[in-house]
Design a protein around this ligand. Structure first.
Ligand code: GLA
Length: 389
């Protein structure tokens, strides 16, 4: 049975029938390079995946909201109202779809009635492949489709980010929601977060594939040091602004940073800002490398990105470092780095096809030996943005 049939069958079982329903999908994402640059006015280079969130939805003739997730079946049907939406206790997954409904209201789009919504995601939870942004974008996509709201896919990304910032209290940048809402098969998105200009770049890896290694160390952005890193960068920016007229760390070249960095009055903050500046430049170089078919150079820049995230930005940790450092030892690995916010979650590697089995075996064994539990590996494909199925 395909996913569409599975979710329809479950919907009928949970909500009584399939009258008036539609089925939707929004992907997850992986970021190839450009980490912790999106809230610093820098560049990112993510792509949408073919795994993501499946949803079944229909309108109701009252104001009720009924939610059911096949990923949290024990919770059963969670009921609330489209009126007076506010965040429930932490760790309630319905905060994500409700946040998006609330955000539509804030932006002047009045939702006329309640809904029944069932979700089923095949992105591993808390893996750093943006299962929450996927839920946000699929919700916005459903609202646009059911109620005919005049919003673009970029708006869906912005509304998703707004809801995550204001409803869920996570100060995330725009990368995840943008990558998901604007995904394109076999392409990564070279996005300038300073003005949201972007370009699609084909990912042609010849005889190699993208492999995701999942650390299985659970992480929630809210309880991580994500917001702390953000404010360290903001403070460093305001110190730099005393000596040079810039809007964001992403405005600086490496040379300019080296010239003006004494304005930053703290050694830790200086390293945070250095990462933001150098990572942004690295991302631009990596996209150039890919355009000239230099996958080897792209891989080296991925490796350098990890080192900077490990040593200067300090968002990796033993689990991610082990996955990456073991990957670097395997012949046929073109590049490997942590991806996403860090502190857990997963790594992204470009691995020659004939080396994938050895990669999984070697990295998997070394990881389990050192960390004490297993990692999971996924060979992934780059897919499109949200669709009606
Ligand atoms: C998380 C956030 C993104 C981005 C990354 C780090 O995924 O949601 O906005 O900041 O971390 O690059």
């Amino acid at each position: 049975m395909g996913m569409k049939e599975t979710v329809l069958e479950k919907f009928a079982e949970v909500f009584g029938d399939n009258d008036g329903v539609k089925v939707y999908f929004a992907p997850g994402r992986v970021n190839m390079i450009g980490e912790h640059t999106d809230y610093n006015g820098g560049h990112v280079f993510p792509c949408a995946l073919t795994i993501g969130t499946y949803a079944v939805a229909r309108k109701r003739d009252d104001r009720k909201l009924r939610f059911y997730s096949m990923n949290f079946e024990k919770l059963g049907v969670l009921e609330s109202s489209i009126d007076g939406l506010k965040p429930e206790k932490e760790a309630d997954w319905t905060n994500y779809p409700k946040g998006v409904m609330w955000a539509f209201g804030e932006k002047g789009f009045e939702i006329p009635c309640g809904m029944d919504i069932l979700l089923n995601g095949n992105i591993p939870n808390g893996s750093g492949l943006s299962s929450s942004a996927s839920v946000e974008v699929v919700t916005g996509f459903i609202l646009r489709d059911l109620f005919g709201f005049d919003v673009t896919n970029v708006d869906l990304a912005l509304i998703g980010q707004y809801s995550e910032n204001k409803f869920n209290g996570v100060n995330c940048g725009i990368m995840d929601q943008f990558a998901i809402a604007m995904g394109k098969k076999d392409h990564a998105i070279f996005l300038d977060t300073a003005d949201l200009s972007f370009e699609y770049a084909p990912i042609k890896l010849e005889n190699a594939k993208i492999v995701i290694s999942c650390s299985n160390k659970k992480r929630g952005l809210g309880d991580s040091k994500y917001n702390e890193r953000r404010s360290e960068c903001e403070t460093a920016l305001s110190e730099l602004q005393q000596v040079i007229g810039i809007n964001a760390l992403g405005d600086l070249t490496e040379e300019q940073f080296e010239t003006y960095k004494p304005a930053i009055k703290d050694e830790v903050r200086m390293r945070r800002a250095k990462h933001a500046v150098y990572e942004n430049q690295r991302t631009m170089k990596a996209v150039e490398a890919l355009k000239s078919n230099d996958v080897a150079l792209f891989g080296q820049l991925m490796n350098a990105s990890h080192v900077s995230l490990r040593d200067d930005y300090e968002v990796t940790g033993e689990e991610l470092d082990t996955l990456v450092e073991e990957a670097w030892k395997v012949e046929g690995v073109i590049g490997s780095r942590m991806t996403g916010a860090g502190f857990g979650g997963c790594t992204v590697s470009i691995v020659r096809e004939d080396a994938i089995d050895t990669f999984i075996e070697k990295v998997g064994t070394a990881y389990e030996k050192k960390i004490g539990y297993a990692a999971d590996f996924y060979v992934v494909e780059i897919g499109d943005g949200p669709v009606v199925l």
